[in-house]
Design a binder for this molecule. Structure first.
Ligand code: MN
Length: 204
């Protein structure tokens, strides 16, 4: 039985400045993420899937309501997003993850460029993702709204190891309409150790 909890941010609101400002982080976590969480609890309350891991729910999401799909996605995706960023600047991919990035994309820079392209081309609100596909290989994709690659509705399915929120609420106060600038700056705070942990679990 999974208990669905709402965690505090793992760092202070201003810890990611200047890449992401404190006001954006506070509104994003305390209001947007909290609303997804509250609405997820309401949507799952009387559902037989209540208590199941989110991954199990996502695997059947095509049969569920839009309210459950949107809010379970928003709840899960933001938990990932907070943890895939770190204060005091980015570290670098290493080990098996670095090898996989190099063999799939040619270089870390090429991987970043493809990820940015996916984020820019996602029309309207959504997410850019680096995933481990069902073939065990890395791939880059994007999803609309609060969907993610664990959902049976996703065009490209797999286990997300790095996701970036490209909803305007994630960047508009500081970057206004300039999503590409946000995506460029975002690499300065990516926690590649967390990505490597997720890669190891997804390929174990
Ligand atoms: Mn968001």
């Amino acid at each position: 039985m999974t208990t669905y909890t709402f965690a505090d941010l793992p760092y202070a609101y201003d810890a990611l400045e200047p890449v992401i400002d404190a006001a954006t982080m506070q509104i994003h976590h305390d209001r947007h993420h909290k609303a997804y969480y509250d609405n997820f609890l309401a949507a799952i309350k009387d559902n037989p899937l209540n208590g199941q891991p989110l991954e199990t729910i996502f695997a059947h999401i095509s049969k569920e309501s839009a309210a459950l799909r949107n809010n379970a996605g928003g709840y899960y995706n933001h938990n990932h997003y907070w943890n895939v960023m770190r204060p005091h600047g980015s570290n670098a991919p290493s080990g098996a993850l670095l090898d996989a990035i190099n063999s799939t994309f040619g270089s870390v820079d090429a991987c970043k460029a493809a990820f940015k392209d996916a984020g820019i081309k996602q029309f309207g609100s959504g997410w850019a993702w680096l995933i481990v596909g069902k073939d065990g290989k890395l791939a880059i994709t994007s999803t609309p709204n609060q969907d993610n690659p664990l959902m049976d509705t996703a065009t490209v399915q797999g286990t997300p190891i790095l996701g970036c929120d490209v909803w305007e609420h994630a960047y508009y106060l500081h970057y206004q309409n300039k999503r590409p600038d946000y995506l460029d700056a975002w690499w300065q705070i990516v926690n590649w150790d967390y990505v490597a942990e997720r890669y190891a679990k997804a390929t174990a």
